[in-house]
Write a protein that binds this ligand. Structure first.
Ligand SMILES: NC(=O)c1ccc[n+]([C@@H]2O[C@H](COP(=O)([O-])OP(=O)(O)OC[C@H]3O[C@@H](n4cnc5c(N)ncnc54)[C@H](O)[C@@H]3O)[C@@H](O)[C@H]2O)c1
Length: 274
């Protein structure tokens, strides 16, 4: 289904690793809606090779860039504008990684060098990206920048570990930079707070299976999928949401406003009667 919502719009999509990636699904939907873009990912992710398949499907070019490197970001943005023939209308930051999560270190026993690395990749990279776009004046007026977050920024999910802090920081950067981008360039900046989603990053979190089924049972509409997130992002890139900015927007089937659901209560009642 296509509504031509992004006809003529140009942008950059970060973070498509494989077809489960939220960024992968977003690239497919943006392409269907008439948008054109450059795909980018960390050089190490390139070696896995899958991104070229997505590029072929969406007539996109791929430019490797480590999102923590200002040098890489400068090159990426210059080359993207050259390839796409002008300034950008949309950018998706779909990047997250915690070394502590990867290596199974508990929140109370972090290796703080790893904490810094994860913070740089998952949160500060968003500032670096926006600062580079801002300084180059690379965004068209009424352009839209989106990053992906998770509700652990607001509430405690113990196994989400230091990623919770990274997401809180990421959401704050969206607001702070969003002010300057709005005031000076008429560009909007938002984060989407997405349901647990079975991707490489998602499944890396300890207890992910329990996590995702709990959220499914708690949410009146069920968990939002990667495709749901892609659709929401398309709407935020489109001209239909021109004055939505500085927001953290929940795409979670209602989970974030729930206390308890019948489905979860039933499980506890069953347990008690056993
Ligand atoms: N999967 C979930 O449950 C879930 C829920 C809410 C939010 N999110 C967020 O969605 C975003 C996308 O994650 P995903 O779930 O699609 O997983 P994913 O593993 O498919 O994507 C994460 C991407 O980050 C990229 N990346 C890591 N380090 C990088 C670097 N230095 N430079 C550039 N790219 C780098 C990876 O190569 C990968 O493509 C992340 O911000 C994640 O935290 C995911």
């Amino acid at each position: 289904m296509s509504y031509n919502l992004l006809e003529g719009k140009k942008g950059i999509i970060f973070g498509a690793l494989d077809e489960n990636s939220i960024a992968w699904q977003t690239a497919l939907r943006v392409h269907q809606e008439g948008g054109s873009f450059v795909l980018t990912n960390a050089p190490v992710a390139m070696r896995m090779g899958a991104i070229q398949q997505l590029a072929d499907q969406t007539n996109a070019q791929v430019i490797p860039a480590d999102a923590t490197s200002i040098e890489d970001l400068n090159k990426l943005i210059d080359e993207s504008m050259e390839i796409l023939g002008g300034k950008l209308d949309f950018v998706l930051h779909s990047i997250g990684m915690s070394v502590n999560v990867r290596k199974g270190r508990a929140y109370t026993d972090q290796n703080h060098d790893w904490t810094s690395k994860g913070w740089d990749v998952s949160a500060v990279s968003f500032h670096k990206l926006m600062q580079t776009l801002y300084k180059k004046d690379a965004m068209n007026e009424w352009g839209s920048i989106v990053a992906l977050s998770y509700m652990a920024a607001q509430r405690v999910f113990p196994d989400y570990n230091d990623m919770a802090d990274n997401k809180a920081y990421l959401e704050s950067i969206a607001r702070s930079f969003g002010y300057f981008f709005g005031r000076d360039k008429k560009v909007r900046v938002n984060t989407i707070s997405q349901s647990p989603t079975p991707t490489t990053a998602g499944k890396g979190v300890k207890g992910f299976d329990g996590f995702i089924s709990y959220a499914e049972k708690m949410s009146p509409l069920g968990n939002a999928t990667a495709l749901d997130c892609a659709n929401y992002t398309v709407s935020l890139f489109s001209d239909l949401t021109k004055r939505v900015t500085l927001q953290n927007l929940y795409n979670d089937g209602g989970f974030s406003n729930m206390g308890v659901s019948d489905a979860v209560m039933d499980l506890f009642e069953q347990q008690q009667s056993e």
